[in-house]
Design a protein around this ligand. Structure first.
Ligand code: HEC
Ligand code: HEC
Ligand code: HEC
Ligand code: HEC
Ligand code: HEC
Ligand code: HEC
Ligand code: HEC
Ligand code: HEC
Length: 453
């Protein structure tokens, strides 16, 4: 802090002292709107100084439900001198970090649900394939500004008690905090408004759920649901305490509606996994435990707006796509990779051959995009960014690269074992049938009067 700021800070501290002793004075009324804001003595000191030091935080806080209920700066930031992250700050013992453990004193239900969710475990990525790519193939500096800004860092303290700059600032969803708690509530409830309205908007999720490997945000924007959200955002009652779909709003579902929101039959939840029947993240999709129950919970959300045959048919289309991707592409590709590793022609997960990258992108990028697109009604992701890329890369990159690594004899063996049993690959292994070719020729002749070469 420069000297000017220290002087300003000290002057404000003196003013704060005056406020604390004369809380009904005109100056106090001007600084803190008492009609809407309740503050403790300590909180008053924080605000008096921080009003000039960090005006945006104070303004956001003043407009929050916390301010109206007397939850002030000191309530959240106060610390015991024995806390690992405690620091002395103008006569107060405070902590910069405010973790789920702190919020849990007043919001035990949300913290419990969140702590049980996959979100709270998102910081445990150290031994993943992606982490090898991040830490080793790229470099740890990339992990600090990339992976862990979404997944959560392990926040560390330096010997002098300040926060290790390679681990904080960070609001990753599964942040590992020095007090042992997991997560960061401001991942969705941006500070210092901590508003439900903001967290109910898709943009709250969009910081993390986008890009080549999990484009849920782009899919949503493309979907009818996302289109309606933009058209009718002002009809969504986003600030309303009670937010039951079909009752408090009907205009469009947001991410929060489907994955967290209340319906007439089920309460809102901070465990975003309770309505997922699949895990679409691994190379080959996995059914979740109690999949039927979770599917029913999701359908209950859809049924708040749609008819049940419409919803059942949507899920039929989605499940069919997942099965197509799994059985036609993911399973044979994964089995071929296993055979190459077993024969020591490939090292497992080393990313030193083009084939490693091609296979990785097949399931981790385009394979996920296709499945996510089908789940959430984004046809461009289901097809052009999804199954189109899966098909193109499977036939024109993956198989030729397998051939290069395996050599022609083993390659023929693998094709026989994993592709020839499935007639859906015949067009490639045996060539297009005369019948198929004739039908296509006829189509172009009738439509454009053209002859196909
Ligand atoms: C006399 C002025 C003053 C008072 C009183 C004051 N602060 Fe601060 N606070 C500051 C200044 C100035 C900074 C910025 C320090 C910097 O930029 O180096 C700061 C920084 C902080 C930080 C961030 C620290 C960090 O290491 O990143 C927190 C959190 C904070 N204050 C909370 C509080 C709380 C809670 C209270 C009331 C209990 C309070 N402050 C009272 C002046 C004050
Ligand atoms: C509901 C709890 C809560 C209240 C009330 C609250 N804060 Fe915070 N504050 C947080 C959280 C959460 C963080 C993020 C810290 C972390 O990463 O864990 C934070 C971070 C900060 C920081 C450091 C981050 C930065 O961007 O510089 C400052 C400074 C700060 N708060 C000041 C204040 C002041 C001033 C007030 C009162 C007007 C206040 N806080 C009220 C929860 C709260
Ligand atoms: C933009 C935010 C973001 C970045 C950056 C990011 N991830 Fe992720 N990651 C996610 C999201 C969101 C998911 C969940 C995707 C889904 O469910 O479809 C995920 C999923 C994962 C999974 C699968 C977890 C499981 O339970 O199957 C691993 C492992 C992973 N990421 C590791 C990493 C690593 C390591 C890096 C950096 C090299 C990284 N991620 C970069 C957001 C991110
Ligand atoms: C994945 C994003 C996300 C995270 C992370 C998150 N929340 Fe929420 N939170 C929401 C959404 C969305 C709502 C609104 C739910 C609804 O009403 O449908 C909400 C609502 C709330 C409410 C209001 C409940 C009510 O009945 O009015 C509280 C309190 C709350 N969250 C606390 C927390 C706490 C504490 C944490 C950290 C453990 C946390 N949230 C983490 C998204 C999130
Ligand atoms: C000292 C108790 C206390 C602490 C600590 C606390 N809150 Fe709250 N919080 C409240 C109260 C009281 C309300 C208002 C509830 C009401 O209006 O009925 C509230 C409301 C909320 C809401 C709903 C806001 C809205 O727009 O409706 C969210 C979200 C929330 N808190 C998140 C958090 C998070 C995240 C933390 C930790 C960073 C936290 N709270 C810490 C007491 C607390
Ligand atoms: C700060 C980053 C971040 C934000 C914000 C975020 N998520 Fe996530 N989300 C992740 C990561 C990372 C994962 C993967 C966790 C894992 O499996 O390790 C994930 C996983 C999920 C899952 C899969 C859960 C499961 O049980 O498999 C769902 C559903 C989800 N998020 C929905 C949401 C919704 C809805 C929002 C917004 C209200 C949201 N997320 C906000 C990072 C985030
Ligand atoms: C209309 C309801 C709906 C909306 C809106 C919606 N989703 Fe989904 N989401 C689903 C369904 C259905 C699934 C697949 C459920 C299953 O596994 O059976 C899903 C799956 C997911 C998954 C799990 C993917 C995996 O790899 O297993 C994540 C993460 C996710 N959604 C995040 C989001 C985010 C972020 C948004 C907003 C940008 C969003 N969703 C909007 C219905 C919705
Ligand atoms: C808040 C109400 C609401 C909820 C909840 C909701 N939808 Fe929709 N949905 C709509 C509306 C409105 C449309 C637009 C219909 C149109 O095309 O005119 C729509 C469109 C669709 C479409 C048509 C897509 C297209 O491109 O034509 C599908 C499929 C769909 N929803 C599936 C679902 C599924 C599955 C769920 C639950 C996971 C769900 N919806 C939840 C309101 C909702």
């Amino acid at each position: 802090m420069n000297r000017g700021r220290i002087v300003a800070a000290m002057l404000a501290l003196i003013a704060a002292g005056a406020l604390a002793f004369a809380p009904t004075g005109e100056a106090a009324k001007a600084k803190v709107k008492r009609s809407v804001v309740k503050v403790s003595k300590e909180g008053e000191a924080c605000i008096a100084c921080h009003e000039s030091q960090s005006p945006s935080f104070v303004k956001d806080w003043k407009e929050s439900r916390h301010a109206a209920k007397g939850v002030d700066c000191y309530t959240c930031h106060k610390a015991e001198p024995t806390d690992v992250d405690a620091k002395q700050h103008y006569g107060f013992t405070i902590a910069v970090l405010v973790t789920p453990k702190d919020c849990g004193k007043c919001h035990p239900k949300e913290v419990k649900e969140f702590t049980n969710s996959h979100h709270a475990k998102a910081g445990d990525i150290l031994n993943s394939l992606d982490n090898y790519l991040g830490e080793v193939v790229a470099g740890p500096e990339a992990v600090t500004v990339g992976c862990v800004q979404c997944h959560g860092s392990k926040v560390k303290l330096l010997k002098n008690g300040s926060l290790d700059p390679t681990t904080w600032p960070n609001t990753g969803i599964g942040r590992i905090n020095p007090d042992g708690s997991r997560g960061s509530c401001s991942a969705c409830h941006t500070r210092h408004s901590f508003s439900v309205a903001q967290a109910r908007q898709p943009e709250a999720c969009g910081k993390c759920h986008l890009g080549p490997d999990h484009p849920q945000m782009e899919i949503y924007q493309e979907s009818k649901h996302g289109i309606l959200y933009v058209a009718k955002k002002d009809q969504l009652n986003l600030s309303k305490r009670s937010w039951v779909v079909g009752k408090d709003y009907t205009a469009a579902p947001t991410c929060a509606t489907c994955h967290m929101g209340a319906t007439a039959d089920q309460p809102a939840t901070h465990d975003v996994g309770t309505r997922l029947s699949w895990s679409l993240r691994p190379p080959i999709s996995k059914k979740q435990e109690h999949a039927d129950q979770k599917r029913a919970a999701m359908k209950d959300v859809c049924d708040s707006c749609h008819s049940s045959p419409f919803v059942d048919n949507h899920f039929r289309q989605f499940d069919d796509l997942v099965n197509l991707y799994d059985t036609k592409f993911a399973a044979p590709a994964t089995n071929m990779m296993k055979e190459l590793v077993a024969r020591k022609l490939l090292k497992p997960v080393e990313f030193d051959k083009k084939l490693d990258w091609t296979y990785f992108e097949l399931w981790h990028h385009e394979g996920r995009r296709a499945r996510h697109g089908a789940a959430m009604s984004g046809p461009d992701y289901a097809w052009w960014h999804g199954m189109y890329d899966v098909s193109k890369n499977f036939y024109t990159e993956f198989l030729p690269e397998v051939k290069e690594v395996a050599g022609p004899t083993l390659y023929d063996e693998l094709v026989k074992k994993y592709l020839d049993s499935d007639p859906r690959h015949e067009w490639y292994t045996k060539g297009m049938s005369k019948d198929q070719l004739d039908r296509i020729k006829k189509y172009y002749q009738e439509r454009y009067g053209e002859k196909l070469q």
